[in-house]
Design a protein around this ligand. Structure first.
Ligand SMILES: *[C@@H]1O[C@H](CO)[C@@H](O)[C@H](O)[C@H]1NC(C)=O
Ligand SMILES: *[C@@H]1O[C@H](CO)[C@@H](O)[C@H](O)[C@H]1NC(C)=O
Ligand SMILES: *[C@@H]1O[C@H](CO)[C@@H](O)[C@H](O)[C@H]1NC(C)=O
Length: 224
């Protein structure tokens, strides 16, 4: 994408905006950093760690997965930003919510799906739908943990988790398909409004209950 200085200036706030992030995970809990990290991620192929592979059985040929010596569901020959983040926090790579076999979700879950967009809200597997999946994951995780299952996130850990959203590139790419640069820029606020909806408005989905009831404060929102 070629942009002049003015263009860069006007698009920049939409490209990357970090709302709040505290990788310490300490803000709400006693014991803080000593506890193992819990991460929930939503987004598109930039952070899909296997949703398209597990959900659609879509296997890509080499060089995809080259670093792992097999295809591991990433649209990459190696690791994604979220993988590097997990490595840095010395936790295992995030398990896709759609991976139904042999899965452990003790350090969170990844709802990101390649091709995911912000709009239309509940189209497969756009952000709105991913937030619904998160809501059900939370519900089942709490219920199963209370029955003694070990592979899920405990109720108290939802509050101290890091919540990440990395979405928007597919909305932009589609918009560029049939619109001028100026028209695309005009539409960016509607994409951002969808992210805001998923995070703070949409009851009872996603972060809503947590922002208001549990004081979650760890967010990283990237629109790449
Ligand atoms: C994580 O990143 C920080 C900041 O770059 C660095 O100081 C630290 O050593 C990294 N930790 C690991 C385990 O990679
Ligand atoms: C999970 O959802 C069911 C159905 O809506 C509800 O009855 C139950 O209370 C929920 N459980 C938790 C832990 O939120
Ligand atoms: C451009 O494409 C998008 C995505 O397919 C669609 O929602 C929109 O209505 C189209 N706009 C025009 C002007 O054709």
């Amino acid at each position: 994408m070629k942009m002049n200085e003015k263009g860069v200036g006007s698009i920049w706030p939409a490209v990357i905006f970090v709302v709040a992030v505290s990788l310490c995970f300490a803000s709400n809990v006693e014991g803080g950093c000593s506890r193992s990290p819990v991460i929930f991620n939503m987004g598109d192929s930039n952070s899909d760690t296997g949703s398209v592979l597990n959900g659609f059985g879509f296997v890509r040929p080499p060089p995809f997965g080259r670093l792992f010596h097999r295809y591991v569901g990433r649209v990459s020959d190696g690791r994604l930003i979220i993988d590097f983040l997990c490595e840095n926090l010395t936790t295992s790579y995030l398990t896709p919510y759609l991976k139904s076999m042999g899965s452990s979700f003790t350090n969170g879950a990844n709802f990101a799906v390649g091709g995911g967009k912000t709009f239309p809200r509940f189209d497969f597997f756009n952000l709105g739908l991913q937030s619904v999946q998160f809501f059900w994951f939370q519900n089942q995780s709490i219920e199963l943990t209370s029955k003694g299952y070990k592979d899920f996130v405990k109720e108290e850990d939802f509050k101290r988790a890091l919540y990440m959203v990395d979405i928007g590139q597919n909305d932009l790419a589609l918009a560029f398909g049939n619109s001028s640069y100026a028209q695309v820029v005009e539409r960016i606020p509607t994409f951002m409004a969808e992210i805001e909806y998923a995070i703070v408005v949409s009851p009872p989905f996603f972060f809503h209950g947590y922002i208001h009831m549990l004081f979650v404060s760890n967010f990283l929102i990237i629109q790449t």
